[in-house]
Design a protein around this ligand. Sequence first.
Ligand code: G3P
Ligand code: MG
Length: 242
Amino acid sequence: MRIYAHRGCSGTYPENTLAALKAAAELPVTGVEFDVHLTKDGEAVVIHDEKVDRTTDGTGYVKDMTLSEIRKLDAGSWFSEKFAGEQIPTLDEVFDIFQDTDHRLNIELKTDIFPYEGLVDKVLAKAEKRGLSDRILISSFNHEDVQAVSHKKTVEAAILTLDVYVDVYDYARVVGTNRIHMSLPAAFRRMATDALRKGAIVYVYTVNELDYVRQLQQIGIHGIFTDFPERMLAELKSGSDQ
Ligand code: G3P
Ligand code: MG
């Protein structure tokens, strides 16, 4: 069972900050997942929501702010005063952390609400320039972007799904991938076992309870996204290299 640190070590550090991502880089997990948006002046930045309100001391949409405006925000205090001064990182800063590790980087393109024109190409170009392409796994709820990435064949790509589908594997194949990142409730539906039987590589988000991990292992799920990778590592052995 592959373990990915969800938004970095987001159970113990403020999500998607350098602190959370550096903590993940220190762990012998398979990889790390983080979310990417585009600023008004075209910088790829790492944050989960379209708005900065929940995870910083600011307000407003990322798409309406320049990088220099974004950099003035405190992205740590909402989690704990201990992390006051953490900033919203750029994609380049996150790549710096993992440049010399062997972690896989699951970059979730948050293009399902605002399409962020040019973000796909920007992310792929940065990864290629740094020689990271073979460690990148792109995912998105925007399946048009997943299809575009899949067709380029330079990095792995996965569809993200929230709902329960009939024949999700067949759908993923139409998009151009056999990788499916599904929600925890969906993983206990026929959707997961059907997809696995047909040859899908299935990862599940967000899994923070060991009981669920054990059930997912029995189903044959290949990987999980967890906010507590430290805790999961202690309990699980790595599985096949998928
Ligand atoms: O990529 C898995 C998971 O991160 C998808 O949902 O909302 O946590 O980005 P969310
Ligand atoms: Mg995500």
